[in-house]
Design a protein around this ligand. Structure first.
Ligand SMILES: [Zn+2]
Length: 350
């Protein structure tokens, strides 16, 4: 009896887990030195486990139904053969050849795609490499393209700073640094600036003279995941709604469910003047449900569910008709996570 209970409980927990989020797969690779040793700061995988816990706490706060899954921790390089030794020589070391920059990440990506098994390169995960390098930082080649050939390389001394991993993943999803202000919800900043410097440089007055709204802009920049300011880390947790929309837009632009995620996010926004909805004769479900052309009616998103993968339906604030045409309501017969952005409540009217 106890055994049966345990099994039933286990199955149910699995069901809940499967419905919890849109999973994004990550493969963590540790580049060994030529003697087969891991870099000093990452002798075990403990810091990676902690990093994913921290990152997924942020995902819960962001409310977009995303969860990062550390699918594997693997080691590459070492003394086991000529190719392994070459990998260690090229990507593990502290000489000037091992400076993390655009040149080194491009070399790594090119070599990994030429020798995918030696680099344990995965076409259906985000490939993250940790190594001993000359400088303590990380890099992701940028911007995203449809070849999905972006790798991430991070110095081992940054393994206990999960915000660095999330920052590089942000680049993977096409986010720029805050200083580029591409969303309009972050300000100009620079790596050495504090709150006051950001205020002065952007508004010409000190932080304490700013309106609450502008202080919020300064805070959201200073504490932003995509800022290059090395503040205390603890508070570096912000991604603005615009950044999250952009991230999800990139994610849903992935053309296949077999890519880094198995699921799909469908956006619903009744305030968005979608041309596909308002054109004469246009279908209410003519939009594709991506963040830039969201569905207007809730039922359009539900119609897209395939009943198998871990899809997410994201509602922008608003009042939604369950089905304004035939008034049959919504039939919930397929698994999906429903969530609303942090901007306000979404109400589905019968
Ligand atoms: Zn960056």
């Amino acid at each position: 009896m106890n055994t049966i209970k345990t099994i039933v409980f286990g199955v149910c927990m699995l069901c809940m887990f499967q419905l919890s989020s849109q999973e994004i797969r990550v493969s963590i690779k540790i580049i060994l030195d030529v003697n087969g040793n891991r870099p000093d700061e990452i002798l075990t995988n403990e810091k990676f486990d902690s990093a994913f816990l921290w990152i997924n706490e942020r995902m819960v706060e962001y409310n977009r139904g995303i969860e990062f899954v550390p699918f594997e921790y693997v080691e590459i390089g070492g003394p086991s053969g000529a190719l392994s030794t070459a990998i260690s020589n090229q990507f593990n070391g502290t000489s000037s050849d091992h400076r993390i920059d655009a040149g080194l990440i491009t070399e790594l990506e090119d070599a990994a795609q030429m020798f995918p098994s030696a680099f344990q390169w995965r076409s259906d995960m985000i490939n993250v490499y940790y190594s001993r390098t000359q400088v303590q930082n990380g890099i992701c080649s940028f911007a995203f393209n449809t070849d999905h050939d972006e790798g991430i390389l991070i110095d081992h001394r940054r393994a206990d700073e999960p915000e660095v991993l999330l920052h590089e993943i942000g680049h993977f999803f096409n986010l720029f640094h805050t200083a580029d202000a591409s969303c309009g919800t972050t300000l100009l900043d620079d790596s050495s600036w504090d709150l006051n410097t950001i205020a002065v440089q952007n508004f010409g007055v000190n932080y304490n003279q700013l309106s609450a709204a502008n202080q919020r802009l300064v805070d959201d920049t200073f504490n932003n995941i995509m800022s290059q300011i090395r503040n205390q880390g603890e508070s570096r947790v912000v991604l603005t709604e615009c950044q999250l929309d952009k991230w999800h837009q990139t994610l849903v632009n992935f053309t296949s469910r077999t890519d880094v995620t198995s699921g799909v996010a469908f956006y619903v926004d009744d305030n968005d003047p979608d041309p596909c909805n308002i054109l004469p004769g246009g279908s209410p479900c003519g939009c594709n449900g991506k963040p830039d052309v969201p569905f207007e009616d809730a039922h359009c998103a539900f119609n897209q569910l395939d009943g198998v993968t871990k899809d997410v339906i994201v509602f922008k604030p608003g009042m939604y008709d369950a089905d304004q045409n035939s008034n049959v309501g919504i039939v919930l017969d397929k698994p999906a996570l429903l969530t609303a952005t942090r901007q306000g409540s979404a109400v589905i009217k019968p």
